[in-house]
Design a protein around this ligand. Structure first.
Ligand code: JFZ
Length: 436
């Protein structure tokens, strides 16, 4: 008995000191993961002083701006048309369940009233309003959960040095002042602010690990801090490697899980068991780019959502507001179109399972209870041959159940579906499969 008690005490001590190898998510955290898994759709916002340049969120690095040059931007960041309530209403209308906002991007500028850095929205801009606070409150009022993007990489602070892979052309920092411990303490102080002063926050979305792949990022400490401050808060890290203990979801940048078309994505063997989130853009770029000519059509963003769900993943779809605080019309329109679509077809996306049949350009499958949804994505194909369908089908109907669709299960595992000429949807023809 004594032995058992001392063992328990020892384990508690290990966990308290953060020395334990394994990470045991709390009950609140598991509950929040379950919420996240069924949410399926969130809106990503990339907004900061970089929007003034209209050249994406990497402009400081890409145009080799010096610290003093870039430092002028906060003086003109005065988004007089910013209205958090309008944004939140738009996000709600899109059918999204949560919003992930760039609290601080690689430029090191804080979009809240940070006490540990004056380089922030309240102290360094004529706007002087705490955007994080306004956004959190407005989203909450619409019933949307809020997560914060937080950059690990910093192009401004001396203590971040020596340089990582990026930012080498940004003049003005002194490499002799590098102080990793101070930088880690700074991030912890900022995360403490974000997780203390704004009520319930549902996730932290880290990014920038890849700038210093071999650095000691003190994740034990940082993740431990987050979970101590808000146990339900989900930690994710866009590091493009397999999940690290302490993380609660895994994200995939501009790629479906297991695909690596960008070349810097996560390889198939690094796809783990945590809830998944694919992120992508409506424009070509994340942050506002005035010459962005890669605006996506409704069908493109819809297919992002449907294919992500077909992989058992959420979609985090990005908008890049302009420096005046407005979201461009076509980005608003895409969000509203998704919302209209989800009003009808939401049951085939929210709360579904995916990942049991690999989506292709022609189809994706989702499942809820005893219903499987077949999303026919290529309207031109009237006959689909889908391999590896191991479940037994009792019937196939249109989404409204009014028309029966002819099908056969041949050669064991191949499903053949014939779609009559009078039935179709150029975006996504959603069919319902009843299971035996
Ligand atoms: C990162 C950010 O750099 C980008 O600005 C945006 O916030 C996006 C969501 O996340 O994108 C990356 C991540 C990794 C690399 C490049 C861009 N990389 O490894 O070269």
């Amino acid at each position: 008995m004594k032995k058992i008690l001392s063992l328990i005490a020892f384990v508690c001590l290990l966990q308290a000191s953060g020395l334990a190898q394994g990470y045991q998510p709390s009950a609140e955290n598991l509950e929040n993961r379950a919420w996240f898994e069924q949410a399926r759709f969130g809106v990503f916002i990339h907004w900061g002083v970089y929007s003034v340049m209209g050249d994406g969120e990497w402009v400081m690095n890409n145009q080799n701006m010096s610290l003093s040059e870039y430092g002028l931007l906060p003086k003109f960041f005065n988004p007089i048309d910013f209205n958090a309530k309008e944004w939140a209403r738009l996000f709600k209308a899109s059918g999204a369940k949560y919003v992930t906002f760039t609290s601080r991007h690689h430029d090191g500028f804080s979009m809240w009233d940070s006490k540990v850095s004056d380089y922030n929205i309240v102290k360094a801009t004529p706007f002087k309003r705490d955007i994080v606070k306004e956004l959190v409150e407005a989203c909450r009022a619409e019933g949307l959960k809020v997560m914060f993007y937080y950059s690990l990489l910093d192009w401004k602070r001396d203590d971040y040095l020596p340089f990582g892979r990026t930012g080498k052309g940004i003049a003005g920092r002194d490499e002799s002042k590098g102080d990793w411990n101070s930088y880690i303490q700074f991030m912890k102080a900022q995360l403490t602010e974000l997780l203390t002063n704004y009520g319930r926050i549902d996730g932290i979305w880290f990014d920038g690990h890849w700038d210093k792949k071999d650095e000691n990022w003190h994740y034990d400490e940082i993740y431990g801090l987050i979970h101590r401050l808000q146990p339900h808060c989900l930690v994710g890290n866009n590091h493009h490697i397999a999940p690290i203990p302490g993380e609660d979801f895994q994200m995939f940048e501009r790629d479906l899980p297991g695909q690596n078309t960008t070349g810097f994505g996560t390889s198939a063997e690094d796809v783990g068991q945590l809830p998944k989130e694919v992120c992508g853009t409506i424009a070509g770029s994340w942050g506002f780019d005035i010459k962005d000519r890669k605006q996506k059509s409704f069908k493109e963003v819809l297919l992002y959502l449907v294919k992500a769900a077909g992989h058992g993943s959420n979609l985090l779809l990005n908008v890049g507001p302009m420096p005046n605080g407005e979201i461009q019309d076509y980005q608003q329109e895409r969000l509203r179109q998704l919302g209209e679509w989800l009003k009808i077809y939401g049951e085939s996306i929210y709360g579904t399972e995916g990942g049991f049949v690999e989506p292709t350009d022609d189809y994706a499958f989702t499942k809820k209870g005893n219903t499987v949804y077949l999303h026919v994505l290529n309207g031109a194909k009237r006959r689909l041959e889908i391999p590896n369908i191991t479940f037994k089908i009792a019937n196939i109907t249109t989404f409204n159940g009014q028309s029966k669709i002819t099908y056969r299960q041949i050669e064991g595992d191949t499903l053949v579906v014939e779609i009559p000429e009078n039935i179709g949807d150029e975006n996504d023809l959603v069919l319902k499969l009843g299971l035996k």
